[in-house]
Design a protein around this ligand. Structure first.
Ligand code: NAD
Ligand code: UGA
Length: 434
């Protein structure tokens, strides 16, 4: 099938590339000239394992192309995916101006050739209705189309795998013709993976996305609450949470306590869901608590550091990990940034390293040193702080680290080390909930 992807970021680029890999003819559109220049050379603008190889393969086969010509792509395609960003406004509402802009541009390009417009961006319930109204309002010719919701569940760092091996495919569709087209888009993937397909109403699909992200964030905040309880009571959070998660009704994924969840999605999607609750006059205190505990997780970690190191002014501190999670160069809402900003405010001298996110970090965090060698981060440091659980950090030679440090203190914000082993090496060790 001929498909268009509008917005070639984490979601658009991964979706477009994977749909080309499944045999479709895909045109990915973006209006960022710098990004487009890289894309046209088959270079991925983001670090995402396996993505660039697939881009190269599919551009060479001619199934994947990149352009800024939205009108041509819309005219040439049967199904058009909207994958633009939906950032938060200051008040928490999702800012849908990019979605609206794309809907207006689609309106200019469509006519009586039937099109399926798919909203893949994460949006509040009832957005598809607005997209439909917008296309009708701005279309020049007689427009024949349906608007479908097809939420995306990929995670950064494993985006390609999540797309090619999905837990489920959700298609929100209120029309039979659009349903057939969407099933045809996904048929190669369904045949390959036997992934369950949930055909639901458009509004249900929109809510499934906000519901799933809010539930996952709730699990993490619950784990952080248990971790805090364990710290106060002298229990071990990993023992407690592992046993809780062994109940198959609960499951052990997304129960890792840490310094809080970040990223471009959980914080914004929770805020947007809360706005939906407000609009529908539904109490949001469960979600308020999830946000509050998340903020506390970062604050408590900083307090732990301040309590142990006392005066931070002039102290040399090493930071390992800047991205909001491992295997990505994304630093949007990274808890590491919040930790660094707080320590910097107290006068700490910071040297930081991340395997992939340093270029992005340098644009946002100034007034600190960066180094590409984790051992140089440890050199003369009075404390080493782990903010992201990159595998590389788990394999560090801790004996060497100890020799390099001025005072051997580790604050392990992601519980990557075994407290017993680290303490046996004479480190002072602070994990989360341990
Ligand atoms: P992103 O910022 O990485 O990419 C969005 C892209 O859209 C950018 O390249 C931007 O230049 C482009 N764009 C914006 N307006 C445009 C226009 N008018 N014409 C052409 N291109 C335009 O965003 P993302 O992380 O890919 O997220 C996109 C959506 O998917 C969001 O709603 C997000 O919540 C959702 N989502 C993201 C993830 C994730 O892991 N990042 C996962 C699931 C869902
Ligand atoms: C999340 C969801 O997992 C995806 O399903 C969803 O598609 C995506 O948001 C989205 O809507 O954009 P992502 O933000 O890429 O994906 O990363 P996650 O792996 O979910 O991690 C989010 C944050 O939670 C990270 O800061 C991570 O460190 C933290 N986390 C995760 C924990 O603190 N503990 C855990 O047990 C799991």
């Amino acid at each position: 099938m001929k498909l268009a992807i509008i917005g070639t970021g984490y979601v658009g680029l991964t979706t477009g590339t994977c749909l080309a890999e499944l045999g479709h003819q895909v045109t990915c559109i973006d209006n960022d000239p710098e990004k487009l220049e890289k894309l046209k050379k088959s270079e991925s603008p983001i670090f995402e394992p396996g993505l660039e190889e697939l881009m190269v393969k599919n551009t060479q086969s001619g199934r994947l192309t990149f352009s800024d010509q939205i009108a041509t792509a819309v005219k040439d395609s049967e199904v058009i995916f909207i994958c633009v960003n939906t950032p938060p406004k200051n008040d928490g509402h999702a800012d849908l101006k990019y979605v609206e802009q794309v809907a207006r541009e689609i309106a200019q390009a469509i006519n009586s050739d039937y099109k399926v417009i798919v909203d893949k961006s994460t949006v509040p319930v009832k957005t598809a209705e607005k997209v439909r109204e917008t296309i009708l309002r701005y279309s020049v010719d007689e427009a024949k189309f349906d608007v479908v919701s097809n939420p995306e569940f990929l995670r950064e760092g494993s985006a390609v795998k999540d797309t090619l091996e999905p837990d489920r495919i959700v298609i929100g569709v209120d029309d039979d013709k659009a349903k057939k087209k969407m099933l045809a888009v996904y048929q190669p993937l369904i045949d390959k993976t036997q992934a369950p397909v949930k055909i639901v109403s458009v509004k249900s699909a929109e809510l499934i996305k906000h519901g799933a992200n809010t539930f996952l964030a709730t699990k993490i905040s619950f784990a952080n609450l248990i971790a805090k309880t364990c710290e106060e009571a002298g229990a071990d959070a990993l023992e407690v949470l592992e046993a809780i998660g062994l109940d198959t009704r609960i499951g052990n994924q997304f129960l890792n306590p840490g310094i809080g969840f970040g990223g471009s999605c959980f914080p914004k999607d929770i805020a947007a869901y809360k706005k939906t609750l407000e609009v529908l006059d539904i109490d949001s205190s469960l979600v308020d608590a999830v946000e509050k505990i998340n903020q506390q997780a970062t604050d408590d970690f900083v307090h732990k550091i301040e309590k142990e190191l006392w005066v931070l002014d002039g102290k040399q501190i090493g930071i390992l990990g800047l991205s909001f999670k491992p295997n990505t160069d994304d630093i949007r809402n990274s808890p590491a940034i919040k930790v660094i900003e707080k320590l910097k405010k107290d006068g700490a001298k910071i040297r930081a390293y991340d395997p992939e996110a340093m270029e992005n970090a340098k644009k946002v965090i100034t007034g600190i040193e960066y180094d590409t060698d984790p051992y140089k981060i440890a050199k003369k440091a009075e404390a080493l702080i782990i903010c992201t659980e990159w595998d590389e950090f788990k394999k560090l030679d801790l004996t060497k680290i100890k020799e390099l440090m001025s005072t051997p203190v580790i604050f392990d914000g992601r519980n990557i080390f075994d407290p017993k082993k680290v303490k046996a090496l004479d480190f002072k060790y602070f994990g989360i909930g341990r």
